[in-house]
Design a protein around this ligand. Structure first.
Ligand SMILES: CC(C)(COP(=O)(O)OP(=O)(O)OC[C@H]1O[C@@H](n2cnc3c(N)ncnc32)[C@H](O)[C@@H]1OP(=O)(O)O)[C@@H](O)C(=O)NCCC(=O)NCCS
Length: 197
């Protein structure tokens, strides 16, 4: 996409407590490729194949500045290192819906609360700044850590794509989850905007 046609949605940075979300640049592609080189991570997120340097460059050109996607790297503020990626994709403002993704690519940085913080910052962006109503995610059925992670963020299972994911010679379920604006506000202990109570 030519530079002048790129329509980035959302701020360039979102500052959290321990992490910062920063818009992805071309320079981040080697990190993303390295995370996708790991077959265990690919299995957990449902990515079929690693990404070549050329494919990564083409993909960046296609999605950077696409108004239906807000795409960040997760930066660990402790040492300024890029540890993962997170974003909103398939944003559809007409229906006030979006899908979401969080991947802590650096394995040794998992389980430290950084994924949760990235998730909370994105949900705040989605519901409080973009005025969205529904955020959805599809989770590989055997990814117990991710199922637990999304539940903790307020997502609920809403259905299962039976045998929706083929991996390592076998079919696996794919779990559809979502969080609605009102669920999230209730969880945050904030008024849900229905008035009166
Ligand atoms: C899933 C993922 C995003 C979670 O981020 P994280 O920073 O590692 O997780 P957090 O430290 O914020 O943990 C939040 C909750 O997630 C769940 N969780 C995280 N790691 C877990 C593990 N190894 N086993 C079980 N549950 C786990 C727990 O419910 C945890 O809450 P708790 O600490 O109170 O038990 C991250 O581990 C990751 O990117 N994994 C690989 C890729 C992936 O699965 N992405 C999601 C695709 S849908």
């Amino acid at each position: 996409m030519p530079e002048d046609e790129r329509q980035h949605v959302g701020p360039r940075f979102i500052m959290g407590t321990d992490i910062t979300l920063r818009r992805v640049t071309r320079d981040d592609l080697p990190h993303i490729r390295r995370w996708l080189d790991d077959s265990e991570t690919r299995a957990l997120i449902g990515a079929a194949v690693p990404m070549s340097e050329e494919d990564a460059a083409k993909w960046f050109e296609r999605v950077d500045g696409d108004p239906s996607r807000i795409w960040y790297v997760i930066v660990d503020d402790e040492d300024d290192s890029v540890i993962g990626e997170a974003g909103l994709l398939r944003l559809f403002p007409e229906w006030r819906t979006t899908d979401m993704t969080v991947i802590v690519g650096e394995k040794e940085r998992r389980g430290k609360g950084h994924g949760s913080e990235a998730g909370r910052l994105l949900l705040d962006l989605a519901f409080n700044y973009l005025g969205l109503h529904r955020v959805a995610i599809g989770v590989v059925g055997f990814n117990e850590a991710a199922l637990s992670f999304w539940r903790k963020l307020g997502f609920r299972e809403e259905g299962v794509q039976r045998d929706g994911y083929f991996h390592d010679g076998a079919f696996h379920d794919f779990v559809m989850m979502s969080v609605l604006e009102d669920d999230w506000r209730e969880q945050q202990g904030r008024p849900v905007g229905r008035g009166g109570q």
